[in-house]
Design a protein around this ligand. Structure first.
Ligand SMILES: Nc1ncnc2c1ncn2[C@@H]1O[C@H](COP(=O)(O)OP(=O)(O)OP(=O)(O)O)[C@@H](O)[C@H]1O
Ligand SMILES: [Mg+2]
Length: 422
């Protein structure tokens, strides 16, 4: 029998908490059987890996694996999707169609969000579970299929049964074995390692140095409630990886990415962000705005490097620009800060113009920023305008102060004022 550790490796599952290990162990145990399994757990806990493990470890692994999101299929078409239909069964049924239960004969069907199934479909499903029989929509012919069903839900099924939204007999038939994935707040030992894994994945994806949390940020990360579980943790790791210039993340910085309210434990001291911009959204736009300015600076620097080829000369000629991008007190070690990324380090080391060109295409490193820019051009534009207006108001029209606050030169601000007709 494959070990829990090798299953984790095979399916990209991170963590070593008892709750997670128990769920994987149960999946391994039930996989050789045809027992129906119900995977339960809050949204974002990782339920989708369980049916994949069960299918891959079963004798059905060479058969089809079909995942159906029951909540995403309209009520009017779900029977036809699952069980197929005959030609002429309803308007638009121009040909006979095979449903998932026919297609997956000999394989596994994962019914995600099973609690969302309409009651009429539940009756059909009960029949397949009991004797492998189903009937296409608009047909009277009983067909047979051999499908293993793994279902998942993030709603309380007992509530759904009480409200008569879910059939009790079907619930018991589906949940012969219940595999529960505990919420992330009950798997505290997994939180930091998951964050580190996501941070390293995003560093690779966006070609940036990996973010690292300070000790107090780690404490905050672990204490946080994570009501969106691993999905939320992943999103936060991605946002920070993309937006933070300083790759060492302090607790207040991390805090600014965590939605407040019931999610935050009471012990957290909500130190106010240094920014003058009050709402989180504004802070986010400010960061994007800063990034856009940096991107332009980096493009300029790259052009210089491409044209000149001599790194030392370019560094000397662009000292102010380099300081602006990489921070005030790091003029001599600006690239060292990123020394764990060999590609970026090569900027300072490589003096061969050709290779320099290949390895220092900084604008390419930040290509994601352009994607963001493209997708959000409209709103960013509006936000930029709003930020400039607010800053000018705050400083009673004094351009120098507003430009300092916005992190742009007075000339750029002047250009923007003209451009936006302020
Ligand atoms: N242990 C884990 N290690 C690595 N990634 C994980 C782990 N658990 C979950 N994830 C990732 O978190 C995200 C959410 O997981 P998944 O889609 O399985 O959640 P879910 O329980 O099905 O949620 P929902 O009920 O909202 O559908 C996915 O991107 C998944 O890859
Ligand atoms: Mg899911």
């Amino acid at each position: 029998m494959e070990s829990i550790q090798s299953i984790k490796q095979r399916f990209g599952i991170i963590g070593n908490s008892p709750g997670l290990n128990r769920a994987i162990e149960k999946s391994i145990q039930v996989s050789p059987t045809d027992i129906s399994v119900l995977v339960t757990g809050e949204s974002g806990v990782g339920k989708e890996s369980i049916p994949k493990i069960i299918h891959q470890l079963s004798h059905r692994k060479h058969g089809k694996y079909i995942a159906v999101n029951c909540g995403a299929i309209p009520e009017g078409t779900i029977d036809s999707e699952l069980f197929g239909h005959e030609k002429g069964a309803f308007t638009g049924a121009t040909a006979t169609r095979n449903g998932y239960f026919e297609v997956a004969d000999g394989g596994t069907i994962f019914l995600d969000e099973v609690g969302e199934l309409p009651l009429t479909t539940q009756v059909r499903l009960l029949r397949v579970l009991e004797n492998g029989e189903f009937i296409k929509v608009g047909s009277s012919k009983v067909q047979k299929t051999d499908v293993r069903i793994v279902a998942a839900t993030n709603v309380n099924m007992f509530d759904a049964i009480k409200k008569e939204k879910f059939r009790e007999d079907l619930y018991y038939r589906l949940s012969t074995v219940d595999i529960n994935l505990p919420p992330l707040r009950e798997r505290k030992e997994d939180i930091h390692i998951l964050f580190r894994k996501f941070a390293s994945d995003f560093a690779l994806k966006y070609k940036m140095p990996t973010i690292k949390l300070t000790d107090d940020a780690v404490q905050l990360l672990i204490k946080y409630r994570w009501s969106g579980n691993i999905r939320q943790l992943r999103n936060v790791a991605e946002q920070i990886s993309v937006l933070e210039q300083n790759r060492t993340i302090s607790a207040p910085t991390l805090h600014s990415y965590l939605p407040s309210g019931s999610n935050l434990p009471a012990v957290i001291n909500t130190t106010k962000s240094e920014s003058d911009f009050s709402s989180e959204r504004e802070i986010l736009y400010k960061v994007l705005f800063d990034m856009k300015a940096d991107l332009n600076d980096l493009k300029k620097l790259t052009m210089e490097l491409m044209k000149n080829g001599n790194v030392t000369d370019v560094q000397k000629d662009n000292e102010t620009l380099i300081q602006k991008i990489y921070g005030e007190n790091e003029s001599d070690s600006q690239f060292e800060e990123y020394s764990d990324n060999p590609e970026v380090l090569s900027i300072t080391q490589n003096s061969n113009p050709k290779t320099t060109f290949e390895t220092t295409d900084v604008s390419d490193k930040y290509h994601f920023a352009e994607e963001i820019e493209e997708e959000e051009t409209l709103s960013l534009h509006d936000k930029e305008l709003e930020l400039i207006k607010k800053s000018l108001e705050r400083h009673k029209g004094k351009r120098k102060l507003a430009a300092d606050e916005l992190g742009i030169s007075e000339r750029t601000l002047y250009r923007k004022i003209k451009q936006f007709d302020l």
